[in-house]
Design a protein around this ligand. Structure first.
Ligand code: AGP
Length: 617
């Protein structure tokens, strides 16, 4: 995935575009570039600068060469075709340097297109798939039925492209027009006063405007100073509504923290509160209008699938325990990348819940499309309004976590788990598998969680100290039972992706079926052991690893001395119902991994090899 910004207005475009790229850098950061149109008429020129590496590399160049002009486009890249080099950085130009294109996605038929272009004399100057668009636009804008019409030329080119793309284009001869198109990937319009924007998401322009409009599949946008026109690929104008972005600008900034991730960990009480907010009736029950499922639909559900990737998948595993417990419905949790290939048995009585913070993860999006093709009812649980997954599902439950900039999921997975509880309680409420008083009681327990998280966050110094002790460990195991098992997986994933440690999570009962062979003298084993009916069995497992030299770090409920007796380090958790403990055990696991990564001098927000949203399969 990549970050894309387009601007036309009265401000100096370079400043607007680079600021937007700075906020989008989490979407990809192996190279960056800008194009700014200077002047109008025959003397006009597209000024382009591109640099491999992080945006800061480009900014160094731009200090030497200030690009003047009030129309510009920019890109921060996550390479899919061609290594991250200056030549492969976007924007890409046509032969004459008259067309500049930035692109997110993959053009699957680019080799065929390259062959045709080279046969017609075009000279290719990069390894990217994107460059074909520049040359095709050069042709379509120069001659034929779309000559001189940049939007029509782009529509024509899009009809020849296969794959997924967001394209944003500037032309030397169009001083008042930026055009853009999207297929399968996110593009959103920012509507200003005498200025307008396009971006990969709203953080690209919320410093300038909060009025936004989503761009739908295969639509082309004409962005001018005095307004925006959206058409389909046939050139027919498509009316659409704007929406107000209520994230404030600071929400997308670091706000004084060293890393976005640390800020986002601390935002979790508010994120959970916002996810719960406005969804309870005065009588203390749930109303999830956004599910837009009729009572009859809900009562007709016979099976549930939860499909997701990474941390979102772990939230689904927690959801399985809650939904099966409260609704007495069979729940299968599937990695989205595997889901459709096993040809699952789906139908109109199947509810598929697609969990995705970005709402753009390609594997999860394809799972959604497969489920809908099989007539299943699809509910998106996502943090991103207007995202592709939300718009291609039957309904969307927004987690309202606010922008999550760090690559590692923290408040996203926290609010995803919260949403799992809400869906479970809502289904139980409508299906009558839990009486209203019990639903109310669970909701009251959930409403206490934000304060419990806030309290827990004040106890993290001990975890930070522990992180320094563990910073050189190369292998760490995580154990849990019941809803502690998905958290063991999540704790291991955090340590893997942030500190590059070989970490593994297991159901505690599984350790003796092989993984215990990994335990050596001093091997750190993190045990997720809040008060629970299965705790005695879990503690037996802890004794097994201790007997083999493990160094046990036990997450235990306040006052529970039984678990603490088996621990070199105890991390205390506030008390809550056992089914809700994941909303608490998550926090020390996040802090531990972030602090180990920091102690190792790693980039906590942008770990190597990772992108915030994986929009390619
Ligand atoms: C978690 O820390 C990772 N960033 C990753 O596993 C992430 O949860 C996964 O890629 C799913 O992303 P999504 O929620 O945007 O679909």
């Amino acid at each position: 995935m990549c970050g894309i910004v387009g601007y036309v207005g009265s401000k100096q475009a370079l400043e607007v575009v680079v600021d937007g790229l700075r906020r989008l850098e989490y979407r990809g950061y192996d190279s960056a570039g800008v194009a700014v149109l200077d002047g109008t008429g025959p003397g006009a020129a597209l000024q382009v600068e591109r640099k491999a590496g992080k945006l800061a590399n480009l900014e160094k160049v731009l200090v030497e060469r200030e690009l003047r002009g009030t129309l510009g486009i920019g890109h921060t890249r996550w390479a899919t075709h061609g290594p991250p080099t200056d030549a492969n950085a976007h924007p890409h130009l046509d032969c004459a340097g008259a067309v500049a294109v930035v692109h997110n996605g993959t053009i699957e038929n680019y080799e065929e297109l390259v062959a045709g272009l080279e046969a017609r004399g075009h000279e290719r100057r990069s390894d990217t798939d994107t460059e074909v668009v520049s040359h095709l636009l050069e042709e379509r804008y120069a001659t034929g039925p779309t000559a001189g019409d940049l939007a029509a030329s782009l529509r024509s080119v899009c009809r020849d492209l296969q794959g997924s793309f967001v394209l944003v284009v500037a032309h030397r001869d169009e001083p008042d027009l930026v055009v853009a198109a999207r297929r399968n990937l996110p593009l959103v319009i920012g509507l200003g006063d005498g200025e307008n924007f396009v971006g990969s998401d709203v953080t690209a322009f919320i410093a300038h405007t909060r009025e936004a409009r989503a761009v739908e599949q295969d639509q082309v946008v004409e962005v001018r100073r005095d307004g925006v026109v959206v058409t389909d690929l046939d050139g027919l104008v498509v009316e659409g509504s704007s929406y107000h972005v209520d994230w404030d600008t600071d929400a997308a900034e670091k706000g004084g923290y060293d890393f976005f991730m640390l800020k986002e960990i601390d935002e979790q009480p508010g994120a959970v509160r916002d996810t719960l907010g406005g969804r309870l009736t005065p009588e203390g029950l749930l109303h999830l209008d956004e599910l837009s499922m009729s009572d009859e639909d809900v009562r007709g559900i016979e099976q549930v699938f939860i499909v997701a990737c990474g941390s979102a998948y772990h939230s689904g595993l927690v959801g399985k325990y809650a939904i099966e417990r409260w609704c007495r419905l069979p729940v299968q949790v599937e990695m989205a990348s595997e889901f459709r290939y096993r040809d699952p048995v789906l139908g109109r009585t199947t509810l598929v819940i697609a969990v995705s913070q970005s709402g753009e993860t390609a594997d999860t999006l394809e799972a959604v499309r497969h489920a809908r093709a099989q007539k299943a009812w699809v509910l998106a649980v996502t943090n991103t309004v207007g995202s592709t997954i939300s718009r291609e599902s039957d309904a969307a439950l927004y987690t309202r976590g606010g922008p999550e900039v760090a690559v590692a999921s923290t408040k996203a997975v926290m609010t995803q788990i919260t949403a799992m509880y809400l869906v479970g309680l809502y289904l139980a409420q409508l299906r009558g598998t839990r009486d209203p008083d019990e639903v109310r009681a669970h909701l009251r327990d959930l409403q206490e969680i934000p304060e419990l998280i806030a309290e827990l966050l004040t106890r993290m110094d001990a975890v930070r100290e522990l992180a320094h002790e563990l910073k050189d460990e190369q292998r760490v195991l995580f154990l849990g039972r019941h809803v502690g098992y998905p958290l063991a997986l999540e704790g291991a994933l955090k340590l893997k992706e942030l500190a590059y440690v070989s970490a593994e999570g297991f159901p505690a009962g599984e350790i003796k079926h092989g993984p215990i062979a990994l335990v050596e003298q001093g091997t750190p084993v993190v045990v997720i052991a809040p008060r629970h009916a299965l705790q005695a069995k879990l503690l037996n497992n802890v004794q097994e690893v201790r007997a083999r030299g493990a160094r046990t770090i036990v997450l235990a409920t306040d006052g529970d001395e039984s678990a603490a007796a088996y621990a070199e380090h105890v991390v205390r958790l506030p008390d809550t119902k056992s089914l809700l403990t994941p909303l608490l055990t998550l926090v020390p696991l996040q802090v531990l991994s972030a602090e180990i990564a920091r102690a190792r001098g790693l980039d906590v927000d942008q770990p190597r090899n990772l992108a915030k949203s994986v929009t390619v399969e």
